[in-house]
Design a protein around this ligand. Structure first.
Ligand code: NAG
Ligand code: NAG
Length: 259
């Protein structure tokens, strides 16, 4: 019996091995490693990479993916072109990570397709318009430690995102501190101008520079008059040393000019 069974077992093993290789190969080409992929009836592919302790964005997400869930990972940054090639992406969830930075062009290539971007519950403090270039998606920006200062105020009009998204920018800290904007959605506090202090500083700098110039001009004038007086005095003394009457009349005319 043993002699007959052995080749059969071998054959079965080989068969399953071939099947497994085929399966892994298939998985590698149609889904990102470690992630869980599903395909809906309408043909949209969803890639779920939630809660995998990822520190980097996977680069093998299939280009026909419509939804990507990367929430509850350890991502700290979104590099330039991180999702380039995913031209059908509609929804991107990056919530509950450690994101403190979005590089310029982080979402480049998604402009025409992306409709929802979740960046909530991260470590974002500064708003960087270059990161959102061309993106008109609705974004969830809540639950981030936004630092509201003049830079943030000036960045807001330059962000292309759906305008309502910016109501999620709730100030955690602010500069100047005493303005009392902490805990407020910056967009919903239209009376607050965080650039006032900076404008005031610029005005003071301008005044100092102007005063400097003024002082220089005055000093030059004083120096010029003094030097001329010296010249005139020397000239007078020279004239006095001349014995003629003509010299005396010249002397009085010189005095009148000096005076
Ligand atoms: C995805 O990539 C393949 C191979 O590079 C290409 O043939 C296909 O057109 C791409 N599909 C989309 C939707 O970009
Ligand atoms: C934005 O994210 C927060 C926290 O993750 C969530 O509670 C809230 O419902 C989200 N808002 C929208 C409009 O999806």
């Amino acid at each position: 019996f043993g002699e007959i069974k052995q080749p059969v077992v071998m054959c079965l093993l080989l068969h399953s091995l071939v099947l497994m290789t085929f399966c892994f190969h298939h998985a590698a080409t149609s889904c990102s490693k470690n992630c869980y992929c599903t395909e809906s009836e309408s043909g949209g592919k969803t890639v779920r990479c939630s809660n995998l302790q990822l520190t980097e964005i996977p680069q093998d997400i299939p280009n026909d993916t419509r939804r990507v869930y990367l929430d509850f990972n350890l991502l700290t940054t979104v590099p330039t072109n991180a999702f380039a090639g995913l031209t059908q992406l509609v929804e991107l969830d990056l919530s509950h990570n450690e994101l403190s930075e979005l590089e310029p062009g982080a979402f480049r290539g998604l402009g025409s397709s992306l409709q929802f971007l979740d960046l909530s519950s991260n470590k974002l403090g500064n708003l960087t318009p270059d990161a959102f270039e061309g993106l008109r998606a609705r974004a969830n920006l809540t639950n981030n430690p936004w630092h509201c200062n003049c830079n943030l105020q000036m960045a807001m009009p330059r962000v292309d995102l759906e305008p309502a998204s910016l109501t999620g920018v709730v100030c955690h800290t602010s500069e100047p501190e005493k303005i009392g904007v902490e805990g407020l959605a910056f967009l919903l506090a239209p009376d607050i101008d965080l650039c006032v202090e900076m404008k005031r500083t610029t005005d003071v700098a301008m005044l100092v520079v102007m005063f400097g110039w003024f002082t220089m001009v005055i000093s030059y004038l004083v120096y010029y008059v003094r030097a001329n007086q010296e010249d005139a005095r020397r000239h007078l003394e020279y004239l006095k040393s001349l014995p003629s009457r003509q010299g005396k009349s010249e002397e009085s005319s010189t005095i009148s000019t000096v005076v």
